[in-house]
Unconditional design. Structure first.
Length: 241
């Protein structure tokens, strides 16, 4: 069973390439899609001040971070914790970019070389909800995840919220992946069901359902910048002479 680690960071600003640093990292562990309580959390001395706009987001003062460990002091703890796990991040390119830059300063390999896989819930949400806001707060509202305690961004709190969001985003997948086991295993009785004689009714969409369908297709077309396959199939083709 693959361990899943939901990870979030807070930073001094938006650009790792320009010298911004990680100031907080929060991780929660999932086993069999359940929180285990085996969390990891560090405040980190970034050796520089946060930008004013970043302070408004996370509220972690420069003075508070002065006596916290530097990334080099906690790097091994972080890497041991995530080693071999599937890591789940919202907007993974941002957090992984910062982690890679911190590891590069230490002469260490890229973050992805330590983990089994990285899953980006922002990419998942964009596929499920094209054309809609897919921030963590927006997903919490859409999926019924209580984020009332989130007045400021915090890595551990955000990781816990994201774990709940991820479970809701992927709910029902288990039903599509039923393990039937080895069909040749002795003692396993497989009942064959003949469906050829079943007359399935055809239920036509009503006007309201058709309008809703067209609205969804329009949103997908706007998000992708081109018509969907259904729209192309429905539109008349122009004969070329």
């Amino acid at each position: 069973m693959t361990r899943q680690i939901v990870l979030d960071t807070e930073t001094t600003g938006l650009s790792a390439e320009s010298g911004d640093r990680i100031i907080e990292i929060g991780c929660v562990e999932l086993m069999a899609r359940k929180l285990t309580g085996n969390n990891l959390h560090f405040y980190i001395n970034p050796e520089r001040d946060s930008h004013e706009d970043a302070l408004k987001v996370h509220g972690i003062s420069n003075d508070f971070l002065r006596d916290k460990p530097k990334f080099a002091e906690v790097a091994d703890d972080i890497l041991r914790y995530v080693e071999g796990a599937e890591v789940i991040i919202h907007n993974a390119a941002f957090d992984v970019g910062f982690l890679d830059k911190e590891l590069e300063r230490l002469g260490r390999p890229a973050f992805t070389s330590f983990v089994a896989d990285v899953t980006d819930t922002l990419a998942m949400a964009k596929q499920l909800y094209p054309g809609k806001r897919n921030s963590l707060d927006a997903l919490c509202d859409r999926l019924g995840v209580d984020n009332s305690g989130r007045t400021l961004h915090g890595a551990l709190l955000d990781a816990e919220l994201l774990a709940d969001v991820y479970i809701n985003l992927t709910r029902g997948q288990e039903a599509l992946l039923i393990d039937l086991g080895d069909l040749e295993t002795p003692g396993v009785a497989i009942q064959r069901v003949d469906l050829s004689g079943i007359d399935l009714p055809i239920v036509q969409a009503n006007t309201q359902e058709q309008a809703a369908h067209e609205q969804v297709l329009a949103q997908i077309e706007k998000a992708n910048g081109e018509p969907t396959v259904w729209q192309r199939a429905a539109r008349p083709t122009v004969a070329h002479e």
